[in-house]
Ligand binder design. Structure first.
Ligand SMILES: Cc1cc2nc3c(=O)[nH]c(=O)nc-3n(C[C@H](O)[C@H](O)[C@H](O)COP(=O)(O)OP(=O)(O)OC[C@H]3O[C@@H](n4cnc5c(N)ncnc54)[C@H](O)[C@@H]3O)c2cc1C
Length: 372
């Protein structure tokens, strides 16, 4: 078997969607090595149910690049089996009349700035009567309906990794890894031996901070609750306000998500209380739903702008990074993986300004050591 020429460290959504994009664009699978200390989906990408829509946050004014990223994700999902993702709408709810006014103003402003924006044309303002048809008994007077998708991300990761295995790439989970520069690229040393690759891509989620200690990165814990057989079964749309509740492809629902900075994860009971407090007063018969699971994970958040980092690492030839996907893994991940695959294959790519590593202070990219 030929030696790999490119290694990806980290087998989450970032790493696997990159591997898949490379192979899709004609990169030989046998030249690809994926390394993870645990297993595919061991990090944040193991989340059972995730929601993606193009207007996250409190405003309805799309941030630069979000519309394009969402459109890319929608097309990207279509290649995967239907039981892994679902088309829906998300009803954006404001917590109070002032919040509602701010959202309406942000939408009006966005429409006046970009009258032809295809995404803004799809946002609908719904009154109380329409809401009662979509979600009988919902406690809300007005909402903005935005196109959305939900994804069984854990199952999608399993699918991606099985799909990649069939293409004959190499995947290893070594107990230890040490990475050093060599004249031609990077040497990866594991208890099993040494491999030299020309290009190295870092997609390790929260571990990025141990390799670049000066990168300002925050690890934000969170939980989601998976619910089944709720009284509102038959409703087809998701809710998003100070929490979200969304229908998954298999008929279950995802509710969440909590978020907090702490040394240790909180308890399942705390998560359950928080989620019930945020959603229980909005949704009739909240208590009817049965809990299947509370899932915990950690988001990798780049300070201060909470946007990802993707591209060549400044100052290090043949070293690349795709991380910091925060709570928007499905919004940014597939598009950035696509751009990176093109870059790695020598093509010129215009990266969205929001994600460029150069936007961060230069010392962020001082490398300590790579490995575990
Ligand atoms: C509670 C919660 C709710 C969320 N909800 C949503 C949502 O609704 N919609 C959405 O789009 N996103 C959501 N996200 C975010 C989404 O899960 C992440 O953005 C995405 O999964 C990150 O993918 P990743 O590949 O960058 O990182 P990860 O999935 O964390 O993958 C990193 C991989 O690197 C491996 N690794 C760890 N240490 C090392 C190391 N030292 N070296 C090499 N590899 C290493 C890990 O084993 C792991 O497999 C949520 C996250 C959380 C925590």
């Amino acid at each position: 078997m030929p030696s790999p020429s490119l290694a990806i460290l980290g087998a989450g959504l970032a790493g696997l969607s990159l591997a898949e994009a490379l192979i899709h664009q004609g990169f030989p699978a046998t030249d690809l090595l994926i390394v993870d200390p645990i297993r595919p989906g061991a990090g944040a990408s193991g989340i059972p149910g995730a929601l993606v829509h193009p207007l996250p946050g409190r405003s309805l004014r799309p941030k630069p690049g979000y519309g394009e990223a969402f459109a890319f994700t929608c097309t990207w999902l279509q290649q995967w089996p239907q039981h892994l993702w679902r088309t829906t709408q998300v009803l954006r709810l404001a917590p109070n009349p002032e919040g509602r006014e701010r959202m309406a103003q942000s939408l009006a402003q966005a429409r006046s700035e970009s009258p032809d924006h295809p995404l803004l044309a799809q946002v609908q303002t719904l009154d109380a009567a329409t809401l009662q048809v979509l979600w009988p008994g919902l406690t809300a007077e007005q909402a903005f309906a935005v196109p959305a998708r939900t994804v069984h991300l854990k199952a999608l990761i399993t699918h991606l990794s099985t799909h990649l295995k069939q293409q004959d790439h190499t995947f290893i989970t070594p107990e230890h890894l040490a990475v050093n520069t060599t004249p031609g690229g990077w040497a990866l040393t594991t208890p099993q031996g040494r491999e030299t690759v020309a290009q190295l891509v870092l997609t390790p989620g929260i571990a990025l901070n141990t390799w670049f200690p000066q990168l300002r990165l925050s690890q934000v814990h969170g939980e989601v609750q998976i619910l089944h057989q709720p009284a509102w079964n038959g409703v087809e749309v998701a809710l998003s306000g100070s929490g979200h509740l969304a229908p998954l492809p298999d008929g279950s629902w995802v509710a969440g998500a909590t978020f907090y900075r702490a040394e240790q994860p909180g308890s399942a009971a705390e998560a359950r209380t928080w989620i019930g407090h945020r959603l229980g007063h909005l949704v009739p018969h909240w208590e009817s739903a049965q809990e299947q699971q509370i899932w915990h994970g950690q988001r990798t958040v780049i300070v201060p702008d909470r946007e990802p980092v993707a591209g060549a690492v400044p100052g290090y030839p043949h070293l690349w990074v795709l991380s910091g996907l925060a709570a928007r893994g499905l919004l940014w991940g597939p598009l950035l993986a696509h751009h990176m695959a093109h870059s790695l294959m020598g093509e010129t790519v215009v990266w969205p300004a929001a994600v460029r590593p150069e936007r961060l202070p230069p010392q962020s990219w001082e490398l300590a050591s790579i490995g575990w």
